[in-house]
Design a protein. Structure first.
Length: 229
């Protein structure tokens, strides 16, 4: 990888063209990975991503500190095209290669209102040095902001799913509860913008009936049954 500090202005013949071209490539690579669950290594070249971000930041005349912060952010984005062994029943529709591409795109769109709730958390966590993983069609994040959020009394969780974004307290939680959280991704693909209000409504009903809003929640029971966790 060529570090941002090693790229000099004299190496750039046409900054405007290269800036827009590389930004287009970067966006295309991310969209491809999210739609298919696959990101060939040449499509996630740190050089391509870093170079495009460097050009973007240079074009806005930002200071070196902001540039370095942006580089740390983009270099924390990791893409793993091989999800390992997981039960087929927990794989989200967006990551099932045998499903029509249009269906997978529609699933992203249908779940997007719920996914959008997580975007401020994704951004804030990245700016605080957190990690972002694009994995099997789903974004997984962990870091100080996520740990702080999940440790709050309202949550007290090791992991939490919002649409196609999974928040993990740490690596152990990510590896241990990934299959369980992927079932919640499936549920979001099924219910779309209704997921959050329905989940909260079922939590209240379950709590009133059993005295425990989480353990006997029907969607949590489904997640445990499918994932074994």
């Amino acid at each position: 990888m060529v570090a941002w500090s090693e790229i000099h202005a004299e190496q750039i013949e046409d900054q405007t063209f290269e800036f827009f071209f590389l930004r287009f490539l970067q966006g295309a690579f991310i969209r491809y990975g999210l739609a298919t669950g696959e990101c060939p290594s040449h499509m996630t070249s740190p050089y391509v991503v870093s170079y495009s971000i460097w050009l973007m930041m240079k074009s806005t005349n930002s200071d070196a500190h902001l540039l370095e912060k942006s580089m740390r952010f983009i270099n924390r984005i990791v893409t793993d095209p091989k999800p390992g062994e997981l039960p087929h029943q927990v794989i989200p529709v967006v990551a099932q290669a045998d499903k029509p591409l249009l269906l997978r795109i529609l699933k992203y769109l249908w779940a997007s209102p719920t996914t959008a709730v997580a975007f401020p958390i994704v951004f804030a966590n990245a700016m605080r040095g957190g990690e972002t993983l694009v994995w099997h069609g789903v974004i997984e994040i962990q870091g100080p902001v996520v740990r702080s959020l999940l440790s709050r009394r309202e949550f007290q969780a090791a992991a939490l799913t919002l649409g196609h974004v999974i928040l993990c307290a740490d690596d152990d939680a990510r590896n241990r509860f990934r299959a369980h959280e992927l079932v919640h991704v499936q549920q979001t693909e099924r219910w779309g913008p209704l997921f959050l209000p329905l989940y909260l409504g079922l939590t209240v009903l379950t709590w009133r009936r059993t005295g425990h809003g989480y353990w006997f929640h029907p969607w949590e029971i489904e997640a445990r049954k499918k994932s074994g966790i």
